[in-house]
Design a protein around this ligand. Structure first.
Ligand code: SF4
Ligand code: SF4
Length: 408
């Protein structure tokens, strides 16, 4: 069997003057290196999928990184759009994803974080529609799933740029390009399924006859009550937003649960569904490996980064670009002021120290984060990469091509 390595371009975060700017120069150049210029025709609609950050998060990508990508797309003759997707839960409640449950409330957070149509010079939108229920079903032969709820508005765009903040994640070990596909480019229900699996069962006998909460929240009238006040579920009308589950206080609706291992496999399955639906040739990956916290941008904690900034990496292969970020991160010194410094006997630099093996992790037994002061090793980061390679998303084998901007 012949293994072909994927090219990954690397632009260091070290910058001596404005001609090496990370936002205005290196970001667009990283995109150019992976061929967007040749593929862009006049008036092509190009969508940049990024993350606007949870309300209290301060380590999300600064808006100017995305603004300069929009400007570059316009220079090429394309029409840029900036996108996110709706979070899990019910609007107005904070929700499991923290007040980002539909377009209206997520755009409010985007505004607070500096992402607006004015600052981007491009429209903002939710890829799964204003309520998170616009999706296309993609069949896959996945590790856990055989179909994926791909965010429906992807259908409108010629090219997709996955602009990811590379950082840790308490469930999947890290978040980068794969996670931006598997969580960021699926519908609201697709996110829930990644976290919980596809269980969706009703204990009809437990339903309280006078209650109408789920009927009122259901956007498609898939839930009704008959004259005897018995709950009825119409599968054909359901758009899998799982808001009924969020409002029911009586344990009628069971959406299952998943181990961290299952979460990773389900997220990777979702990512495969997105790529199979959209077409791998039309997707471009940019990883901004800066502000590398142990938490993801969905969390409000925004702790001190665990290692120094690395730079921008770009590739046509989501697995290769994530693997390259991990490898560079593991060659780095640990930040002596970060949470890793609180683990006894963990040296500042040690070839055997894969920093992402030590970050805090979600403990499903008590539903809390284990801050891992004992320094137990967890290989969730590696599990994600192995699963992604096994399912055919890309290769962990890559050529790292460092680009010196002064020479360009
Ligand atoms: S039945 Fe539940 S999951 Fe289905 S559309 Fe209605 S609220 Fe959403
Ligand atoms: S919210 Fe729960 S108890 Fe109320 S009607 Fe719906 S399923 Fe029944």
């Amino acid at each position: 069997m012949v293994f072909i390595k994927s090219d990954v371009y690397y632009f260091t975060a070290r910058t001596y003057s404005h001609i090496e700017s990370m936002s205005k120069v290196k970001g667009p150049l990283a995109l150019k290196k992976i061929g967007i210029e040749q593929e862009t025709k006049n008036s092509d609609k190009i969508v940049i999928k990024t993350h606007f950050g949870a309300e209290e998060n301060t380590r999300y990508l600064r808006p100017s990184y995305i603004r300069f990508l929009c400007d570059y797309i316009k220079e090429l003759g394309g029409i840029p759009f900036v996108a996110e997707s709706c979070g899990w839960g019910v609007p107005g409640t904070g929700g499991e994803y923290g007040g980002r449950a539909n377009e209206e409330e997520y755009l409010e957070i985007a505004l607070k974080h500096g992402f607006t149509e004015e600052t981007m010079g491009a429209p903002l939108l939710m890829l799964d529609g204003p309520d998170g229920i616009d999706y296309e079903i993609q069949k896959i032969n996945g590790k856990k799933f055989n179909e994926v709820l791909v965010a429906g508005r992807l259908r409108e765009f010629k090219h997709l740029i996955i602009a990811s903040h590379f950082k840790g994640h308490s469930g999947s070990g890290f978040g980068g390009a794969i996670k931006n596909l598997g969580i960021g480019c699926v519908s609201k229900g697709g996110k829930t399924q990644a976290h919980m699996g596809k269980t969706f069962k009703f204990a009809f006998d437990a339903c309280v006859s006078e209650c109408k909460e789920c009927l009122e929240i259901c956007p498609t009238k898939a839930l009704t009550k008959n004259e005897k006040k018995e709950l009825k579920f119409d599968k054909d009308k359901c758009r899998y937003c799982y808001m009924c589950k969020s409002v029911c206080k009586n344990k009628v609706i069971d959406i299952g649960s998943s181990t961290p291992e299952e979460f990773i496999l389900q997220m990777v399955d979702n990512a495969k569904g997105v790529v199979d639906y959209y077409g791998k040739d039309r997707i471009y990956y940019l990883n901004y490996a800066i502000d590398i916290t142990w938490q993801c941008d969905c969390c409000g904690g925004s702790d001190i980064p665990i290692i120094p900034d690395i730079g921008i990496l770009s590739s046509k292969d989501p697995v290769a670009v994530d693997q390259a970020c991990i490898d560079l991160a593991h060659l780095s010194l640990m930040n002596p002021y970060s949470i890793l410094s609180e683990i006894k006997n963990l040296p500042l630099r040690n070839e055997k120290c894969n920093w992402f093996s030590y970050i805090p992790r979600f403990n499903p037994e008590n539903n809390e984060i284990d801050l891992n002061y004992n320094g137990n090793v967890s290989k969730q980061w590696e599990r994600q990469l192995i699963a992604a390679e096994e399912i055919g998303l890309g290769t962990r084998d890559y050529n790292l091509i460092e680009v010196k901007v002064k020479n360009e």
